[in-house]
Design a protein around this ligand. Structure first.
Ligand code: C5P
Length: 222
């Protein structure tokens, strides 16, 4: 059996990874996993228990017992869940608890709804190209300036009906970047063989076109 095809998209918050990952998955018929949702779900679960997301025991317990329906919870996209997610993500035992599941998702892509097998998957996160799928066929590190990302996140939060102000959103993004980059275990960083894609001045169609060209190049028979 041929090894499943894997696209790893990494990069900081609100750089456009999620939207790009969904479009790539739809275009190439691949399964899609938003790995940030796993950490957000752990963060949200800890918050709902009234516990502290930096508490390793509470966070690890939550990571080991994640209810599947929590991954669909609209609260996952809230600013509070985002903040809690990067706190639980710095705890090695939380990362360890989520590791196998992510690996398996890439190794055994979910079939289409009618049972037709898929040839691979797209995973987006912070450590996909470095830790979860170091052998991924395509690795793209998606970036944008903190200001461009804050503007996008602000619109997203406002569209959800959350009250948000630009300066605060920017501050949160910078703080989250710092936590994600500084942590000892699986910090956010580009894999050495990743292609860098700066989306600051691009719209989604332009980002998709560039990423699609990178994947097409990889799929060309050699
Ligand atoms: O991608 P998203 O912003 O939803 O991720 C939320 C948080 O989850 C990130 O700030 C990061 O701390 C954590 N995360 C991670 N590793 C991943 C995906 C997300 O540490 N692969």
């Amino acid at each position: 059996m041929t090894r499943p095809f894997v696209i790893a998209l990494d990069g900081p918050a609100a750089a456009g990874k999620g939207t790009l990952a969904k479009r790539l998955a739809a275009h190439f018929g691949l399964a899609y996993l938003d790995t940030g949702a796993l950490y957000r779900a752990v963060g949200l679960s800890v918050l709902r228990q009234g516990k502290d997301p930096t508490d390793p025991i509470a966070a690890t317990e939550a990571a080991k017992n994640l209810p599947a329906d929590l991954l669909q919870d609209p609260e996952l996209r809230s600013a509070a869940s985002g903040d809690a997610s990067s706190k639980v993500a710095a705890i090695p035992s939380v990362r360890a608890a989520l590791f196998d599941w992510q690996r398996r998702f890439a190794a055994e892509p979910q079939p289409f709804a009618d049972g037709t097998p898929r040839s691979g998957s797209v995973l987006d996160g912070r450590d996909i190209g470095t830790v979860i799928c170091p052998d991924a066929d395509v690795k793209i590190f998606v970036t944008a300036t903190p200001e461009a990302r804050a503007n996008r996140r602000l619109k997203e939060l406002q569209a959800r009906g959350e009250k948000a102000i630009y300066a605060r959103v920017l501050e949160d993004i910078v703080a989250r970047d710092a936590r994600d980059t500084a942590r000892a275990d699986a910090p956010m960083k580009a894999a050495e063989d990743a292609v860098h894609l700066d989306t600051s001045d691009l719209d989604i169609d332009q980002v998709f076109a560039k990423a699609k060209a990178i994947v097409d190049e990889r799929l060309k028979p050699s």
